[in-house]
Design a protein around this ligand. Sequence first.
Ligand SMILES: Nc1nc2c(ncn2[C@@H]2O[C@H](COP(=O)(O)OP(=O)(O)OP(=O)(O)O)[C@@H](O)[C@H]2O)c(=O)[nH]1
Ligand SMILES: [Mg+2]
Ligand SMILES: [Zn+2]
Length: 354
Amino acid sequence: MKQKDKKITKSQKERHSNVVVLDNDYYDDLQSDVSKKSKRTSDKSHKTLKKNLTLKRGRIVEVKSNYLNIVRIDGREYPCSISGRLKQYMFKTKLLTAVGDWVEVDMTVEPDYRIEELLPRKNTLSRFTESNFQKEIIVASNLDYLVITPSWLMPMLKPGLIDRYLCIAALNNLKTIICINKIDLCEDFSKAEAAMAYYKMLDIPVMFTSTMTGAGIKELKEMLTDRDSVFSGQSGTGKSSLINALEPGLDLAVNEISSFNEKGRHTTSQARLIGWSFGGNLVDTPGLKTINLHKNQKSLIPGVFPGFDDYTDKCYYRSCSHEHETDCAVKAAVEEGKIPVERYESYLRIMESL
Ligand SMILES: Nc1nc2c(ncn2[C@@H]2O[C@H](COP(=O)(O)OP(=O)(O)OP(=O)(O)O)[C@@H](O)[C@H]2O)c(=O)[nH]1
Ligand SMILES: [Mg+2]
Ligand SMILES: [Zn+2]
C-alpha cells in the first residue's frame, strides 16, 4: 500500500483526536504546571507522547509560516516547528496555528524546539478574505477584549459601525470596550454621553479618550491591565496614537499609510502579540481593518445585535428576524422607546447589507 493511500488506523485516529480533545481544566489555570493536568488528560498524553519529554507551556506571538511559529515561553521568544504528529493532524483538519494560541513545546533538543500540543481556544477573532470565496482567516485567539475605537470627529463617530463591531465581537465570543477617541474635538461632552447612553445601559464599558490632552488614558490602561486586547476601528481614529500613549516605548507608526503592495492591494497581515509593560498583551495587526460580518452569519444577527437579547425570547416566532414578523417583541420595544429607533434602523441596515 502506498503511503498516501493508507487509511487512518484506529490508533492514529485516537492520536489525532487527542490533539484537540483536551480537558477544559487547561483553561482554569493556564499557568499551572503540566503535571497538574487532570488524570484523563495526562493518561491520554502519555499514550501519544514519547516518555520523558519536558513540555513547556507557551504562547504563539507570531506565525511565520504554517509550520513555523514564534512562541513566548517564560518571557523569552523561541522559533518553534511543529511536531510531525501535530502537523499530520493539522493537515487533516485544515487547522492552522494562530497568534494567541497556547501550546506545549518540547524543549529537549536545542535549538530544534517543537510544538507538541495545541491547547483548545477559548475564542478566536476571524476576518474574511475579500475574494468571492470569502475564506475565513483567524487573526488571533484567546483574547479578552475587542477595543472598538471610533473617534468623535475626523473621522466622525458612526454608531452603526459600533453596532457592527459589537455583533462581530458577540459572534466571536469576545468582550468589548468602546473607546471614543479624539474627545478633545468634542465641544459639548453631554452629546458624546448621549450618543453612548444605549451602550452604557447595556453594561458595555465606554471610555472617552484623547491622546492630545491625555484624557481617559489612565482609565483605559486600568481596563487593559492583565488582559489581552485588540484595537479595531476605521483608519485615522487614533488607534496607533492610543497604543503609543499607553506604552510609549512601542513607537507604532502614527498616520502611516497602511501597507499596500505594488498592485495597490493590502499585503498579508502579520499579526503580533506584544506584551504590555503593565501586564497583558496587545495584538497588533493591520489585517484587522478588514474584519467584517460574513453573509453566512446573517441568521445569527437577530440574536446577537446589542440589546436585543432581552426581547428575542418573547417574539412569537422562534427564529424571528424582527423585520416583517407579527408579534415581534423587538419591534414592540422600539415602539415603546425601549430600543432607540436609530439602533433598530442600524440593525436593518446590517441585515440588508448581508
Ligand atoms: N485631535 C486629536 N487627534 C488625534 C488624537 N489621537 C490621534 N490623533 C491624530 O489622528 C491621526 C491618525 O492617528 P493614528 O494613530 O495614525 O490613527 P490609526 O487609527 O492608527 O490609523 P490607521 O493606522 O490608519 O488605522 C493622526 O494625525 C493623529 O495625530 C486625539 O486624541 N485627538
Ligand atoms: Mg495605525
Ligand atoms: Zn422579533
